[in-house]
Design a protein around this ligand. Structure first.
Ligand code: NAD
Length: 294
């Protein structure tokens, strides 16, 4: 069994980005600048945003963190977005989700300039992704594609089963892997909460991508020998032994599945670190532009 090491791979990607930034500096060019908007004090969101800002510093990007109070109105947030859209010093920005309930998430995502939408959530960018045009690919699916590519996992003609149909992971993942691209050309099945006989389907998969958010859901009985297993899940499970009172669990029962898999991502240390690296890659892309196609 080979561990698909997201920590190591993401470090390599960050080194590559840092080298590009350092060249930009040598040529007196402006370095990429990422902004992040955080509304409220949600613990997990604060951790994620903090990690993104730290990663920017590590590769030599400029970063700006805009913290807004929980009771920020939708109007005030839209105003902030307008400011970011018109700030030429900022190449890309993200609005950390989830937003407080009184704010219409879709309305906010629609207001982001697609050319600065480094999360790749704007319908324009999702549409471009679907049509296989150059665009910002949302960071988690992008990270999984990169991991598969860098580990030379053969995907052409293989049966991939994606569990989960969310807009940020499952759906784009299924589209990407069916496209004509490296780590693509696969035959894709997308499973979800209404899927019947899931185990019979996953058992046929050469590659399983588990993105449903149910800890240790995928067990050894559900996979065939030598399958490639990608675990996207991140769930905080109460655990009194841990100092924080919880542990991070993936969607795969690593203990049993790793004995059958040819390749598997650990949690933590698999898909998670790749997500941040790809956000940086998108920001670099925002700085450099997509050329005429964008
Ligand atoms: P989501 O809740 O939006 O979607 C879950 C999907 O799983 C749904 O489409 C649903 O139909 C499907 N599902 C639920 N129960 C199922 C079942 N019993 N059988 C089959 N399908 C079922 O979740 P999401 O935002 O896509 O995230 C999924 C998981 O990935 C979560 O644990 C989340 O924390 C994690 N995540 C990790 C990263 C990362 O960087 N590693 C990024 C995003 C999300």
């Amino acid at each position: 069994m080979i561990l698909l090491d997201g920590r190591q791979t993401s470090s390599k990607i960050k080194e590559e980005i840092a080298a590009t930034v350092s060249k930009m500096k040598q040529h007196n060019q402006r370095v990429p600048h990422l902004a992040a908007v955080l509304v409220g004090m949600d613990g997990a969101s604060m951790t994620y945003v903090g990690a993104k800002v730290k990663a920017c510093e590590l590769v030599g990007f400029e970063s700006t963190l805009i913290k807004l109070p929980e009771d920020t109105s939708e109007q005030a947030l839209l105003k902030q977005i307008d400011i970011l859209n018109n700030n030429h010093e900022i190449d890309g920005y993200i609005v950390q989700l989830p937003l407080p309930k009184h704010i219409d998430e879709q309305k906010i995502l629609m207001a982001i300039d697609p050319n600065k939408d480094v999360d790749g959530f704007h319908p324009t960018n999702v549409g471009k992704l679907t049509l296989d045009l150059p665009t910002f690919i949302s960071a988690t699916p992008y990270g999984i594609m990169e991991l598969l590519e860098r580990y030379d996992i053969s995907t052409s003609g293989k049966h991939v089963v994606v569990i989960g149909r969310s807009h940020i992971v499952g759906r784009p993942m299924s589209i990407l892997m069916s496209q004509k691209r490296k780590a693509g050309n696969a035959t894709v099945t997308i499973a979800h909460s209404r899927t019947e006989n899931l185990a019979a389907i996953t058992k046929q998969a050469d590659i399983v991508i588990a993105a449903l958010g149910i800890p240790e859901f995928l067990t050894a009985e559900m996979v065939k020998d030598n399958a490639v297993i990608i675990d996207v899940g991140i769930t905080r499970v109460p655990d009194n032994i841990k100092k924080k009172g919880y542990r991070i669990a993936g969607d795969v029962d690593f203990e049993s599945v790793s004995k059958k898999a040819s390749h598997i991502t650990p949690v933590p240390g698999g898909v998670g670190p790749m997500t941040i690296a790809m956000l940086l890659k998108n920001t670099l892309q925002a700085r450099e532009g997509f050329g005429d196609a964008h």
